[in-house]
Design a protein around this ligand. Structure first.
Ligand SMILES: [Zn+2]
Length: 715
């Protein structure tokens, strides 16, 4: 039983927030005089930080500037294909790091990249074979590289590289080749690539392994999911039974059972775990990871950080989940360094049962000034808890251990690339969070890159009137940032279970993730319209809260549908929660016309008429969702999600897709990683690490394929 699954940490995938991300038109923030006078200067710098670099760097408190690139001339978006675009990010302040810090970031990056194959294999058992065939074709195919079939093949290849496999990274559907099977066979034979006939069969048969992760409760979610976490014939009931037997009732420090293994059927018919560790499954890649982690440990910034890295190494060696917990405890207590990292089998979204962790790596550099400013919200966490609309018995008496940092990513790999989160809260194990606290980060330079490469087309298409557009332009980005801060710092930390109630992944099962994300969103929404926020100096007026309400409702009821194919239901946990929060609020507000649905020239708009009332409704829903979590009320959780978060109004969906065509920006985005290149002296000693920003997505994918491919085709 995994405890962490429910406190689903990744609040936003940058991979797509149409409408929401489009609101980050931040240039405006630094212009209005009210900001300079109303807001404490450091906080101002924090909130507009990702946006400032575009404005000629007139941020007095920004400690480091991007000394490599003039932001205005940097090419943010480098490619667009299918429903995704590929953008780049810069690493501000890299040159200000000491050589030791640069080395640390470099070694950690190399460690993360060395585990890249794992994520491919976890996503699907034939992914590595497919990727290597693509690499071979792209490298060696001697025939004509032009024409409709070649273009369709290139699209297919890019989509697969972007998704770390043959299923869409977010939509979960298997990609459909836009060229005939014979053409692929021609490419294979013309390049010396190898691909089993049975795998080719699968690529061209839409009925086989159609979904990477299926949450369709009408089916067996384990059998219906193509991820490589369970043997082919193992069903959800068996898995639940297997882990139920492992769990010890009353255990206050339960292990994250199932986190680092594949569950298979042994020769005796019984289930057994194939553990991911050196000497076991994925051992060849983990050996390389450890090689680099050892170098990283040697240049750690302090003893605590070294201890954490060494525990991670030990975990990869032994596969012992106790060591995983020890690593997480050491990691959460390592707050002194400038360089930090996330690595391991972390998030469980790719497992339909929320147990197994996907390999991921994020290497990051702390932005000290921005992080310091976040303390304003941290310091008031208890005030927020005390003033939340929760039932008294569900409020935490003491909110502990919340830290929140603004960081700049240096390198991402595995589950975190090319599509990346823009905010993370870890560790996942509930008991560790309770006893030792957790770390929350916002990836400032990723958010900046996202902002800089987006336009405002979505606003023009989906906002009800000019006032809404103006509010979004003026306050949207600030509202969005504050939503993030409240969601992470206050939201996930808020509330408590009633005595004797099991953890939500046991009580709420597959609804745990979406209910937790919705709960954290509701905490944020509730306080975004609280005068306390103005009093704290983090926002100039409640107009900021209104802008965020507009954005949330617009997205949850309408705009996010553009990411779904016609006929599909909402499956992804975050999309579900945005819909059930919005749809429930819409319905409850109908008698008072709190949110009004208007159709004008065949276009639908959702317009908030009464923000105060909407805030009350969000408060009611928050109280109810907390009750569901605190009491483990599965039926109520099920009903809320199924009745409000899953179904799609087909006519509206059709309309949204049509309107979305007017917006040129692809709904998902992902990133090319910077290149870190060591400079050495005559003795081979590293004297510097240079950072470069490649522009060629496929070029980087092929380069990674050459340098970081350590696993066999089949694992
Ligand atoms: Zn969250």
């Amino acid at each position: 039983m995994v405890l962490g699954g429910i406190v689903a940490k990744r609040w936003i995938n940058v991979g797509g927030e149409p409408g929401k991300r489009d609101l980050r038109l931040g240039q405006v923030y630094i212009r209005p005089a009210e900001y300079r006078t109303t807001m404490p200067r450091p906080l101002l710098a924090l909130l507009i930080l990702p946006l400032l670099m575009s404005c000629g760097g007139n941020a007095p408190d920004k400690p480091v500037k991007n000394d490599v690139l003039a932001a205005d001339t940097f090419k943010w978006e480098v490619d667009q294909f299918g429903d995704v675009r590929v953008i780049r990010y810069t690493v501000p302040g890299w040159e200000q790091l000491t050589l030791q810090q640069k080395k640390l970031a470099y070694y950690l990056s190399m460690a993360g990249l060395s585990g890249r194959d794992i994520m491919w294999d976890q996503n699907y058992r034939y992914n590595l074979q497919v990727r290597r065939a693509l690499e071979k074709i792209l490298g060696d195919y001697k025939g004509e590289r032009a024409g409709a079939n070649w273009d369709a093949f290139m699209l297919y290849a890019k989509q697969i590289f972007f998704s770390n496999g043959i299923h869409h990274h977010y939509g979960m559907d298997k990609f459909t080749p836009g060229f005939p099977r014979e053409y692929l066979e021609q490419l294979i034979s013309g390049s010396g690539a190898a691909l089993d006939t049975k795998v080719v069969d699968i690529l061209f048969d839409p009925s086989v392994d159609a979904k990477k992760v299926s949450l369709d409760r009408d089916k067996d979610v384990v059998l219906a999911s193509a991820v490589n976490f369970y043997g082919d014939d193992i069903n959800a009931k068996e898995v639940e039974a297997f882990y139920k037997a492992k769990a010890q009732p009353g255990d206050t420090t339960p292990l994250s059972y199932g986190l680092n293994s594949k569950l298979v059927r042994g020769a005796d018919g019984k289930l057994k775990e194939e553990v991911w560790h050196i000497g076991g499954m994925y051992g060849a890649a983990l050996e390389e990871v450890v090689k680099w982690l050892q170098k990283a440990a040697e240049v750690a910034e302090n003893g605590q950080q070294r201890k954490a890295i060494e525990l991670l190494i030990e975990f990869y060696r032994t596969g012992d989940l106790k060591t995983w917990d020890a690593f997480n405890i050491a990691w959460v207590q390592d707050t002194g360094g400038t360089v930090d990292f996330i690595q391991g089998f972390v998030e469980d979204y790719n497992d339909p049962l929320g147990k197994r962790g996907s390999f991921e790596s994020i290497v990051e550099v702390i932005d000290p000034v921005a992080t310091k400013n976040m303390e304003v919200i941290q310091k008031n966490a208890q005030w927020f808890e005390d003033h939340s609309p929760l039932l008294p018995e569900h409020k935490k008496k003491k909110v502990v251990g919340i830290t929140y940092s603004f960081i700049n990513a240096v390198n991402e790999a595995g589950d975190a690339a090319p599509s990346t989160p823009i905010g993370v809260n870890l560790p996942n194990a509930d008991w560790i969070r309770k006893v030792y606290g957790s770390k929350s980060i916002s990836l400032g330079n990723i958010i900046e890159a996202y902002d800089k490469s987006s336009g405002q087309g979505s606003l023009k298409e989906f906002c009800y009137d000019q006032a809404e557009i103006d509010r979004a332009v003026k306050y949207g980005s600030l509202g969005d940032n504050l939503h993030t801060a409240l969601h992470e710092v206050v939201g996930h930390a808020s509330g408590q279970l009633e005595p004797g109630v099991g953890n939500p992944d046991a009580t709420l099962k597959s609804y745990a993730s979406t209910l937790e994300e919705g709960r954290a969103d509701l905490v944020a929404l509730y306080f975004l319209m609280d005068p306390k926020m103005v009093e704290l100096g983090v926002m100039p007026s409640l107009e900021v809260g209104k802008a965020e309400y507009d954005s949330y409702i617009r997205n949850g009821l309408m705009v996010q549908l553009r990411r779904l194919k016609l006929g599909d239901q909402v499956e992804e946990a975050h999309m579900r929660n945005r819909q059930w929060v919005s749809a429930w609020a819409y319905e409850k507000g109908l008698p008072d016309s709190v949110i009004v649905k208007t159709v004008r020239d065949g276009k639908t708009y959702f317009h908030i008429r009464d923000y105060e009332k909407l805030r009350e409704i969000f408060g009611q829903l928050l109280r109810e969702v907390q009750r569901i979590k605190s009491q483990g009320d599965y039926q109520a959780g099920h009903d809320l999600v199924e009745n409000y978060g899953v179904k799609v109004d087909r006519a509206l969906h059709e309309e949204v897709l049509k309107r979305a065509e007017n917006i040129k920006t692809a709904p998902y985005a992902g990133f090319i990683q910077p290149n870190l290149v060591p400079v050495t002296d005559a003795n081979g000693e590293i004297t510097d690490i240079k950072i470069g920003y490649p522009e060629d997505f496929i070029g980087q994918m092929l380069d990674y394929g050459k340098r970081f491919s350590f696993l066999p085709d089949t694992n």
